[in-house]
Structures are given as structure tokens and as C-alpha cells.
Design a protein around this ligand. Structure first.
Ligand code: SF4
Ligand code: SF4
Length: 457
């Protein structure tokens, strides 16, 4: 059986020191702009060029262009909801690890989870990412399923994604049946030796169990899966190429790119034996990583969370990021508390802007803040999602759906941001080139004004 990660090939690619010519770099960027994805050799070529500053501006411009061709100017906003900080694993970089005696443990009841989700809904969020470690007591699959169903029944949350431990097919099927959209499992590090060192005890120590978790999820019926490597544990060049190899494996096997690629970077956490990243990633390297993911896997949502500082997140809007979180708390129950409790958090967040502040900022940059969830509702998922993006047709949906959700947001939630949102709505309506679609969007605006909600294409 073909291995997902060919470590020898990746090592060879990152050991190469020859500098590509400008012509080679521009040719690779042209291929990336076709939205079919680029392979490891081409990604490694762009990586070498970017690190040496060869055509770096062109690389960033191309990644911004690929993002626009894939999803237009919209930036999707979501919120994480941490269910528990109980865990049976011992990941050395995580505040929730089993042997950490400094963390203040807390797990949400079903009622707590509903309350937290309602608070997020009241600020305007429509999509939620439930995050759970691995704990048979506090985050069993049955419990996650119960919470997902309860949130759908008791709040207006429109789509719930889950980031959890690998699970057997029957449990994955139950999770899918509860209405979950995307199932995420991050490999953390694709480098086996580092993986073994970082995961000292618990089921997560099994590298292959984690590596094949997304195959299992897709076999169980999840069209959409999310992946990520935690930057800072090992050489980022290895992690990026390995993650792209993983994405290509899923595409070749299931005909769909991963739905999301998250780009987390190691942050300080309470009680961690790792005081600083063993392989630090600079902001400049981080930007290049985002660009490479975007160019290599154009249909994926590239996600940067509030781990990263505001200034960097703002820059990334122009070079390929398509989804961001806002106002996040990583301490379970945190949305009901006034202050962030670092001693109960998974890691320290850096960008503390609220949803409204993010919406206003995104709008001020010429991008389009979006609270859309339409693809999951109409079945534009998996292979169909990938094909829609590669035929350059997704933007046709992203634009009007972003406008519909922004219009709702202005009426129901906006305070100081209403003026700029209205300006953005007006400007973007005129960008809908299909007259029929424009008319249909304006008709839906009237329905929203009349009190209807949750309208989409
Ligand atoms: Fe548990 Fe996840 Fe933290 Fe590891 S990273 S200790 S699995 S919560
Ligand atoms: Fe995402 Fe689909 Fe909505 Fe575009 S139309 S923002 S891809 S859910």
C-alpha cells in the first residue's frame, strides 16, 4: 500500500539548496492559479524561492489571487467552543494534558454547552467548532453527540463542526448523523520521531491511528474533514510538505480536498514542560506557510485562529487566509466568564477582538465578512465542493450568501459596525454579475427586512 507520508522524499526536498530561477517560480505560480493544486516538488520549489526572497511578492500576490478565484473576497468567521479540559493523553505542548497539575479542570454539562452556544449566537455567530480532547468521562462520543443535538435543538446555530480524537467507524457514523459538518483531526507533527517524543502516554501516542483518522471519517460518510500541523514542534518545511502529501492522499482516494487546513503555531500554555517552541516559526515564515497551503490546496479553507496576533492576522487576509475565529476563549465555559482564565485554557490567545470588531475590520479592508453556512445545508460538500471550486464557480455562491448573512448581522447584532457593513453590502451587490442572481439576492434582502432569517443559495 502506498504510504501517505514518504519521509525520504520530503527530507530530500527540504535538503535541496539550489535556488529556482524566476522563470521556474512564475511557471509554478501560473499552474497554481489553475486551481487544480500543485504537487510536492512544485511546493518545495516555491518554498525554497520564498525563503530566499526570490519572487516573494509574486508568491503572495498569487496566493491572494488563488483565494479570490476560489472564494471571492469573503472571509468566513466562526467561534470555537471548548467542551472540556479533561484528557487522558499527555501531549507535552498542551495545557490540558493528563499529568498537568497546574490546570484548573472543568467540563461542560449539556446545559453549559447550550448556554455557551447561545451566548455566541447572540453575538452573531452561525457556525461553531466544538473542541474536545480525549476523555471517556467528559468527552465520550455519546456525550459529544448529545451536545451537538442539544445545541441544534436549543439555539439557532446553523452548523456545528467537531475537532476531536480519532474514533471508530460506527462512532463516526453516529457523529455524522447528529448533523456535524466537518470532522477535524490535527496530526500535530507529521515527523514520527518528534511525534513519539511529544506524545508520551495515552492513545494519541499511536501515530498511525491519528494519521488514518481522516480516511476513516471519510469512509464513515464525512464528506468534509479538516487537518492541521502544530507549527513549532519540528522543522516547518517538513510539516508543510507532509500535510500537503496528506491532503493529496485524500484527494486521490476520495476526490475531495480537505475542507479546512488550520495553521496553528505553538503558544505558551500553563504547566507545559516546553517553555518555547523547539523549532520556532517566525512571522515571515508563517506568512509563507499560509501562502503555500493556499497555492497547493486551493479548495481548502485556510484557517488562522486568535492564537496569532492581530497585526499578523490582518496581513494574512491578503495572502490566502479564508476563515478566521474571533472573540475566542479556550477555557471551557469561558464565554460565560468575564475574564480569560489562563490556568484553565489550552493556550494563550493573542487577538482579543470581538466578532463585531473583526467584522468591521474585515469590511474596512475591502474584504467581505461572511457568516454563511450554505454549502453544508444544500449538500455542496466533499467532491461536489472541490469540483465547484476547481471550476471557479464557488465565488458565485460565496458572494450573495455572504451578503445575506451580513444583512442579517446588521439588523440583529451590529452596533458601531452597521454603517461600514451597509456600505460593503451596497458595493458588493453591484459586483454580482449574473443579473438573475442579483435580483434574487435583492428579493431575499426584502424578506430579511420583513423578518425572515437563514436564507441562502
Ligand atoms: Fe489532550 Fe488534545 Fe491536549 Fe493532547 S492536545 S493533551 S489530546 S486536549
Ligand atoms: Fe463557505 Fe459555501 Fe458559504 Fe462560500 S457558499 S462561504 S464556501 S459555505
Amino acid at each position: 500500500m502506498k504510504k501517505i507520508i514518504n519521509a525520504d522524499l520530503i527530507e530530500k526536498l527540504i535538503d535541496r539548496e539550489d535556488l529556482p530561477s524566476k522563470v521556474e517560480v512564475l511557471a509554478a505560480l501560473e499552474r497554481a492559479k489553475e486551481l487544480k493544486g500543485i504537487g510536492l516538488e512544485e511546493t518545495a520549489l516555491l518554498m525554497r524561492a520564498g525563503r530566499a526572497g526570490v519572487c516573494l511578492d509574486e508568491i503572495y500576490q498569487a496566493s491572494g489571487e488563488v483565494k479570490r478565484k476560489s472564494f471571492g473576497s469573503r472571509i468566513v468567521l466562526f467561534a470555537p467552543l471548548y467542551l472540556t479540559n479533561d484528557c487522558i493523553n499527555n501531549c507535552l505542548y498542551c495545557g490540558f494534558r493528563k499529568d498537568n497539575i497546574e490546570v484548573d479542570r472543568n467540563s461542560l454539562s449539556v446545559e453549559d454547552a447550550i448556554r455557551e452556544a447561545s451566548l455566541l449566537e447572540k453575538t452573531g455567530f452561525n457556525r461553531l467548532l466544538l473542541v474536545a480532547g480525549e476523555s471517556p468521562k467528559s468527552s465520550s462520543i455519546e456525550r459529544i453527540v448529545e451536545i451537538v443535538k442539544a445545541i441544534y435543538q436549543n439555539t439557532g446555530m446553523r452548523i456545528i463542526h467537531v475537532n476531536a480524537a480519532p474514533m471508530p467507524i460506527d462512532k463516526l457514523k453516529a457523529l455524522k448523523a447528529s448533523g456535524v459538518g466537518v470532522f477535524q483531526v490535527f496530526q500535530e507533527t507529521y515527523h514520527e520521531e518528534t511525534y513519539d517524543k511529544m506524545h508520551t502516554t495515552g492513545p494519541k501516542k499511536d501515530y498511525r491511528r491519528r494519521l488514518y483518522a481522516l480516511d476513516k471519517a471519510m469512509e464513515a460518510g464525512f464528506d468534509d474533514v479538516g487537518m492541521g500541523a502544530l507549527l513549532g514542534l519540528y522543522d516547518w518545511r517538513y510539516e508543510v510538505l507532509a500535510l500537503i502529501a496528506h491532503a493529496r492522499h485524500l484527494f486521490e482516494k476520495f476526490g475531495a480536498w480537505p475542507h479546512t487546513i488550520s495553521v496553528p503555531r505553538l503558544q505558551p500554555t500553563v504547566g507545559s514542560p516546553i517553555a518555547s517552541a523547539p523549532h520556532p516559526v517566525s512571522d515571515e515564515e508563517f506568512k509563507l506557510i499560509v501562502a503555500l497551503y493556499r497555492l497547493a490546496v486551493p479548495a481548502a479553507g485556510v484557517v488562522v485562529t486568535t492564537r496569532e496576533p492581530a497585526v499578523l492576522r490582518d496581513e494574512l487576509l491578503h495572502i490566502g487566509v479564508s476563515q478566521i475565529s474571533a472573540g475566542s476563549r479556550t477555557d471551557p465555559g469561558g464565554y460565560s466568564q468575564d475574564a480569560e482564565r489562563f490556568d484553565a485554557s489550552q493556550f494563550k490567545t493573542s487577538d482579543h477582538r470581538s466578532l463585531e470588531e473583526m467584522v468591521a475590520y474585515i469590511a474596512s479592508t475591502g474584504h467581505l465578512p461572511s457568516l454563511c453556512t450554505s454549502c453544508y445545508r444544500v449538500g455542496r460538500t466533499g467532491r461536489s465542493f472541490t469540483e465547484t471550486v476547481s471550476h471557479q464557480e464557488m465565488e458565485r455562491y460565496c458572494l450573495p450568501n455572504a451578503l445575506l448573512t451580513l444583512k442579517e448581522y446588521v439588523i440583529d447584532h451590529a452596533n458601531g459596525s452597521a454603517a461600514i457593513c451597509n456600505e460593503v453590502i451596497e458595493r458588493n451587490v453591484s459586483l454580482i454579475s449574473d443579473e438573475k442572481l442579483k435580483k434574487a439576492t435583492l428579493a431575499k434582502f426584502k424578506e430579511i427586512d420583513a423578518g425572515k432569517r437563514d436564507l441562502y443559495f
